[in-house]
Write a new protein. Structure first.
Length: 353
């Protein structure tokens, strides 16, 4: 005789399964919470630039660099207005006077008391009643006005050279990276030829051929200065041109110019901004080097590099003529690099927390 097959209901099967695993239905406790009344966990939506700004604010060194840059820029434009003397005004009677600041001149251990190298009041000896906060140079010119006027010139050279580097480098690198192939190979070989020419030789040729001026130095620095920017932009375009949003725009019939400047270039702005911020201090330092060897800003205009060169001749006798512009030049370049490092970290997705 055949035995009747036993049937197992789903409820029994579930109990058997839980029992075999050692878990019973009574082990579970139903929560009395009303899920509809629970607060929703939401994160504030931030754009790329807002997120970068938050990252930058958390970087203390970058904030110090940004504040220091703002202070130097403000003093560069306001400082000359606080003095009654022009940067080119000469007076042999008051030459090589030490720094003297009101109120601080009564504190003799500070370097602003107007005491000369012999320990006596140099202002009384020269018969000068007015005070010069940074002293005077060997021609009797006000160092306060000349220092901040030179800071203006150095900032102008650095920013102008950076803007030209950005314009030429972005256009050149965008075309090279977007089209690729033979065009890219030809343009990169041309860059290698230009990069093989030393910057100093180019600057000397420009000064000899053209009249020495600010724009002569800026153009001479731009001849080879845009190469680094073009390589950064080319690398960004090679990475971005095969992304889905570019392929979709190309499929819809978007022109090549719109693809370059509307779709790909905005996504490469982070690397462009960071590179340009490193270009400014490099241009300022290169101009200071040119002025130090005597082919910089022509007189009577001055820059921080020219002031350092002039003060070098009086180092052993009147060191303030060298130390004041040298310290300001060092701080300017340091603040730029601190701020640039912070921007680089803020725009780097790997630094996100």
């Amino acid at each position: 005789m055949m035995k009747k097959k036993d049937t197992v209901t789903p409820e029994a099967n579930s109990v058997m399964t839980h029992t075999s695993e050692g878990i019973m239905a009574d082990d579970f406790i139903r929560s009395e919470r009303n899920l509809e009344k629970e607060p929703e966990l939401q994160r504030e939506s931030k754009s790329f630039w807002q997120d970068a700004w938050d990252q930058l604010r958390r970087n203390k060194l970058a904030v110090i660099g940004m504040i220091g840059l703002l202070l130097i820029i403000i003093f560069a434009f306001v400082g000359p207005l606080l003095s009654d003397h022009d940067y080119a005004e000469q007076d042999v009677q008051r030459r090589n006077l030490p720094a003297k600041i009101p109120v601080l001149d009564h504190i003799h251990f500070l370097p602003f008391d107007g005491q000369g190298a012999d320990g006596h009041d140099a202002y009384k000896k020269a018969g000068v009643k007015e005070n010069f906060w940074f002293g005077t140079d060997q021609l009797g010119r006000d160092m306060w006005t000349r220092t901040w006027q030179g800071t203006q010139v150095s900032l102008f050279i650095g920013v102008a050279a950076a803007l030209l580097d950005i314009f030429v480098g972005v256009v050149y690198g965008a075309i090279s990276g977007f089209f690729g192939g033979r065009i890219d190979n030809f343009m990169q070989r041309l860059i290698e030829i230009i990069a093989s020419i030393p910057n100093l030789i180019v600057v000397i040729l420009f000064v000899l051929i053209f009249e020495p001026s600010l724009w002569t130095i800026i153009l001479a620095m731009t001849v080879t200065g845009w190469i680094g920017m073009s390589r950064v932009v080319r690398g960004s375009f090679l990475k971005l041109k095969n992304q889905e949003f570019v392929l979709a725009s190309r499929t819809l019939g978007t022109s090549k110019l719109k693809l370059i400047f509307r779709h790909i270039l905005p996504n490469a702005l982070g690397s462009i901004i960071v590179t340009s911020m490193f270009t400014v201090p490099s241009a300022i330092f290169f101009e200071a080097f040119l002025s130090f060897i005597g082919i910089g800003v022509p007189a009577p205009k001055t820059s921080l590099g020219s002031l350092v060169n002039d003060g070098r001749q009086m180092l052993l006798i009147h060191p303030h003529e060298l130390f004041i512009p040298a310290i300001l030049l060092s701080l300017l370049i340091l603040f730029f690099y601190l701020f640039s490092d912070g921007l680089r970290d803020a725009f780097d997705p790997k630094m996100r927390k």
